[in-house]
Design a protein around this ligand. Structure first.
Ligand code: NAD
Length: 257
């Protein structure tokens, strides 16, 4: 399956899952547009390296996904957006009564509203071509809850709903919209938490991963960015032409519990 001739825009893709998804799409032949809010030489170098390794066009566009006009500018500056992957996301952990209002607003803006803005900007081009893919990176927390993550969980449930609504509005037009719901994925962000957790719990690495971090993930194994990338490529393949308005869990069984 080749995605040659398609252009993918992946929000929040200078690290972690977004970068893994960009790698997988580029490996499948798509041109890619990487994004984050920073505008450092290394961000542009990351895109140049990725493009060179996979023989595709790759560039980096700085845009802040907490700002609606920036979200729409990202899609406009990309020029073409056949595949839109809404991935940018942040987390904050606190009880509802202590949760800072500004942090609630920021999480809803980055994790949910950004996808509304980018989707609104991308759909006209997809409709004109009669082909498009919207892939929203939700979470197991888009289907189930945990305490102290109110904004994240509200946003992730919201993006599942947005995926379904998008799918219905474009059904039959060659465009699909779906949400991928990962469990714990071993990204640099998660990796960085392991030493602290080892100290706090006085456990070795393997035990802290198994008994603390992956307590709710029955496989007791992290999902990988390659697996999220592969799932995205599948959603862009002809095999997934009729897969729309749904969620695909990549969570080691978390949501089966
Ligand atoms: P990460 O921190 O490595 O990646 C987040 C990306 O979003 C980064 O590229 C960051 O620069 C970008 N970003 C943050 N704020 C932004 C802004 N204002 N504008 C533009 N970009 C911004 O984390 P990750 O684990 O790769 O998470 C990526 C997505 O996957 C998130 O939506 C997250 O909720 C989701 N997810 C992660 C896991 C996990 O275990 N890692 C599990 C389920 C879902």
């Amino acid at each position: 399956m080749s995605l040659a001739g398609k252009t993918a825009v992946i929000t929040g893709s200078n690290s972690g899952i977004g970068l893994g998804v960009a790698e997988a799409l580029a490996a499948a032949g798509a041109d890619v547009v990487l994004n984050s809010f920073t505008d450092r030489p290394e961000d542009h170098a990351l895109a140049a390296d990725l493009g060179q390794r996979h023989g595709v066009k790759a560039r980096y566009i700085a845009a802040d996904m907490s700002v609606g006009t920036d979200c729409r500018r990202l899609v406009a500056e990309a020029g073409t957006c056949d595949i839109l992957v809404n991935n940018a996301g942040i987390q904050h952990v606190a009880p509802i009564e202590d949760f800072p209002s500004a942090m609630w607003d920021r999480i809803i803006a980055i994790n949910l509203s950004s996808a509304f803005h980018t989707t609104a900007a991308a759909l006209p081009g997809m409709k004109a071509k009669g082909w498009g893919r919207v892939v929203n990176i939700a979470s197991a927390h888009g289907l189930t809850a945990s305490p102290f993550k109110s904004a994240y969980i509200a946003a992730k449930h919201g993006i599942v709903g947005l995926s379904k609504t998008t799918a219905l509005e474009v059904a039959g037009l060659g465009i699909t919209a779906n949400a991928i719901c990962p469990g714990y994925v071993l990204t640099p962000l998660v990796e960085a938490q392991i030493p602290d957790q080892m100290k706090v719990h006085n456990m070795d690495r393997a035990t802290v991963i198994r008994e603390v971090m992956l307590l709710r993930q029955p496989s007791r194994q992290f999902a990988t960015v390659e697996q999220i990338g592969g799932t995205t490529v599948y959603l862009c393949s002809p095999a997934a032409d009729q897969v729309t308005g749904t969620t695909i869990s990549v969570d080691g069984g978390w949501t089966a519990l």
